[in-house]
Write a protein that binds this ligand. Sequence first.
Ligand SMILES: [Ca+2]
Ligand SMILES: [Ca+2]
Length: 337
Amino acid sequence: MFRIRGWKAILFLSIIAPMSLLVAFRMANVTPEPATVSDTVVLNAATWKTERPDHNAIIMDTVRADTTYEHGISTRQSVLVEYYYSNFLLDSDVVYIIVNVTANVETGFVHSVNITFNENYENSGVELFQIQHWSDPWSLFCHIANLSIVGYGDFTSLSLPMGTKGVKAFVAAESLNQSMSVHIDGIAGWFLMSPQWRTHYMQIMTEIIYYDGTAFRRVLQPFDLEIGPDDNNDWETAAEIHEGNYTGLYLCESDSVDFYKIQVSQGQRIRINVTGLDYPVLRFAVFLYDANEEPVLVSSEPDTHHEIEFTSGYTGYLYIKIQQVQFWGYYQVEVSV
Ligand SMILES: [Ca+2]
Ligand SMILES: [Ca+2]
């Protein structure tokens, strides 16, 4: 099971060895726990969904959740889903994520910031990448301002081993000197530990506790992430789309067709842009069919981008088949009417 090769072994050992020394480490001089938190606000979940690739892929999707001075606090928060590594460490597919939290209060101070990673699939795990350096101002991989890390757990620190559902990792940070402005960002590796066909749901929850001058308050921001294979491989399962932009779509040898359908009216003009991302360079063809599965427009020359304009001669569903021809990778579909 512990099959680690080459430079990956160095990477892995550089993480796990120092971390075992730091389990349950707590810093002194931290702000005491608030006696009571008088109010909790749960902000709308920021959601992200993408097809699970079967090769290494650059994803680089930012899931943003910003609020501007709600209940005396302004937050800028994001989750950047960076890379997908297929069959990487521990023979697992790994998704690398950067969690980024900034909070400013109008009066009072920020008390603490907690970040929790939750998943109900028991075999997976989360590794807080180089957590021992998160408080280091010279770290390349994380940035922290006016906060000190007072606790953490993940599977490499053995405090949250794989094989249990629920919390996969957490970071607890408290503000230094009752700061009005704090920031933390760092990298987490999401070890899926599952076959490629499995869909995963991860919730990253950030919790900011602050004092607004009269009481302690709490603001929670969920980030709901989903990664799994598609199920739109034929006419019956075509995914319905509308005017707009669709991202996180993927084609490869083992998932060589994706079907979509869109409601059209007679005489309606539709523009469909299908664009492969820069890397890896997927080459594909696009076919439009009417509701009787008769082809109405074919853009069959394998390419990384197809721009199609179509005026419908009927009212009903228009079907779009995207066919992988060469290589693999993500693409996006933009529909304008
Ligand atoms: Ca697909
Ligand atoms: Ca498909």
